[in-house]
Design a protein around this ligand. Structure first.
Ligand code: BG6
Length: 498
């Protein structure tokens, strides 16, 4: 099932090596790659952060992180030993040019010890304010250009900018130092197995694609619901909100995979060209129409999965009068031949009733109703793609209820990853880190796509600068504010009950 391929020798240099992301995601993913022998023996990780620490202390910290956040219950001691030998640390201030000289010296030493052939990945896992600065310093220290025959790549974490202007500025800063082909903008949703499967589902099968258009599809709903709140990230989230944190990036990436035309090939250029082209056709939302197309919400206290939870404004790091949205719902139109007139309803929120991300493609009614005597109205066909959890795909169609009368009931045809393949899908970060080592940027966000995402939400961000008078407007543990229901119900449609 996994790619039978091994990456080139390389050093992964992580900026922000003591942070949450490194501990929760990056180190466990790199450890798994080593465990599965997907990285070669000539491989090392150099962590850097402000704190002073020895290599040994860093190894202890990372061992704890892998134990806590890794996918295995027990850490394999022999694999750990070989992994630990490849872990190094350098403390320093990102603003200080001396740090980059130390990095250079250390990288040269690691290259010599492990025969890395000069290949490097710089991973920006720092607070976003440092992205431009670190890139500049890498450029000044002559670390951005690869040595002859080697490669250098840079992975940039989210958030990629705060709005269109800052995203453009960051792209420009990166472009001053790195070529676009060296820049990998991570969006971990693209590394999810179920999201990658959207390409397989659409383009490895002949039966769905002919229906994938305005003639057969009534509308598309994409729901990204979290039961979790802001989990101690209140200070970050206050400046983000659901639109920036989820919709502009993860949800738009998923949406583009549903809306795109078939690519000419699976090359990074072809796939990303088609996704970008689809997003280009999203109808602009003039500022005065934002209310009709976008709604925002913020949770108050409530009960989620049996636990009483505080409201957003009571979370640590959050302004008690905060107007930050923890829920956003949007209606988008793609003004193109395939999708003219088909609304895409998108919603994402925290502290909703449960954790679920799914795409539902609702088909049009049959053109002529034969079953007028049936005791219940015919339900439309729905194709449900569950991104997480219970990963799988369900097709709902009408069937005759056994008995003398002609009664029609919806039934499901189900595919479940667990029962079909019996394998746990790999973590998104494993796949994405490995792809970067291979120089495959298909599952990374391209410059134009990121900027387009910001362009689409720009009028909404502008309109939402005005404080929300009705916040909090949904109780934790529900499905969001009433206005989110009105958004879709005005059109004679309904959100699916999840
Ligand atoms: C992150 C957001 O990018 O994605 C978080 O910053 C969010 O707020 C997370 O919780 C959701 O990711 P997943 O993989 O758990 O759906």
């Amino acid at each position: 099932m996994r790619l039978e391929r091994t990456a080139d020798p390389c050093v992964v240099l992580i900026f922000g090596a003591t942070g949450d992301l490194t501990r929760r995601k990056l180190l466990p993913a790199l450890y798994r790659l080593m465990q599965q022998r997907l990285v070669p023996a000539e491989f090392a990780i150099l962590g850097t952060a402000r704190h002073a620490m020895s290599d040994e202390e860093f190894r202890t910290l990372m061992k704890e992180a892998i134990g806590e956040f890794g996918s295995d219950d027990v850490l394999d001691e022999s694999i750990w030993q070989s992994f630990a030998k490849r872990l190094f640390y350098l403390g320093g201030d990102f603003k200080d040019a001396a740090l980059y000289q130390n990095i250079k010296t250390k990288l040269t030493a690691i290259d010599g010890d492990f025969d890395m052939r000069g290949n490097r990945i710089f991973y920006l896992a720092t607070a976003p304010d440092y992205f431009g600065l670190v890139a500049r310093q890498l450029g000044d220290a002559k670390l951005a250009k690869p040595a002859k025959g080697a490669w250098t790549r840079i992975i940039v974490e989210k958030p990629f900018g705060h709005d269109l202007e800052s995203a453009r500025a960051l792209n420009k800063e990166l472009a001053r130092v790195f070529e676009e082909k060296q820049v990998y903008r991570i969006d971990h949703y693209l590394g999810k197995e179920t999201v990658q499967n959207l390409l397989a589902f659409r383009f490895a099968n002949s039966i769905f694609e002919p229906l994938w258009n305005r003639q057969y599809i009534d509308h598309v709903q994409i729901t990204n619901a979290e039961a979790l709140g802001v989990e101690g990230r209140g200070a970050y989230y206050e400046h983000a909100g659901a639109l920036r944190d989820m919709i502009q990036n993860h949800v738009f990436q998923v949406t583009s995979l549903i809306a795109m035309e078939p690519p000419a090939s699976l090359s990074a250029t072809s796939v990303r060209d088609e996704k970008a082209k689809a997003m280009q056709s999203v109808r602009a939302l003039p500022l005065e129409t934002v209310r009709e197309f976008a709604i925002r919400g913020q949770y108050g206290p409530g009960i989620v999965l049996g636990d009483t939870v505080p409201g957003y404004r009571e979370e640590p790091g959050v302004n008690p009068n905060s107007s930050t949205e923890t829920f956003a719902a949007l209606k988008l139109y793609f003004d193109n031949w395939r999708w003219a007139g088909v609304p895409f309803y998108l919603r994402s929120g925290k502290r909703l009733q449960k954790h679920v991300t799914e795409i539902a493609i609702e088909f049009k009614e049959v053109p002529h109703r034969l079953f007028t005597d049936s005791d219940a109205p015919l339900q439309p066909n729905i194709l449900i793609i569950r991104i997480q959890p219970n990963e799988g795909i369900t097709l709902r169609f009408g069937a005759k209820l056994p008995g003398q009368a002609m009664r029609i009931r919806p039934v499901n045809m189900d595919f479940r990853y667990g029962s079909s393949f019996g394998l746990k899908p790999p973590e998104a970060y494993e796949r994405l880190l490995l792809d970067c080592m291979f120089g495959d940027s298909t599952l990374y966000a391209r410059r134009d796509m990121v900027e387009r995402g910001w362009e689409i939400v720009a009028p909404i961000l502008e309109a939402w600068k005005k404080p929300a008078e009705d916040f909090p407007n949904y109780e934790a543990g529900t499905w969001g504010p009433g206005a989110a229901f009105e958004l879709i119900e005005r059109d004679g449609r309904k959100w699916r009950k999840l």
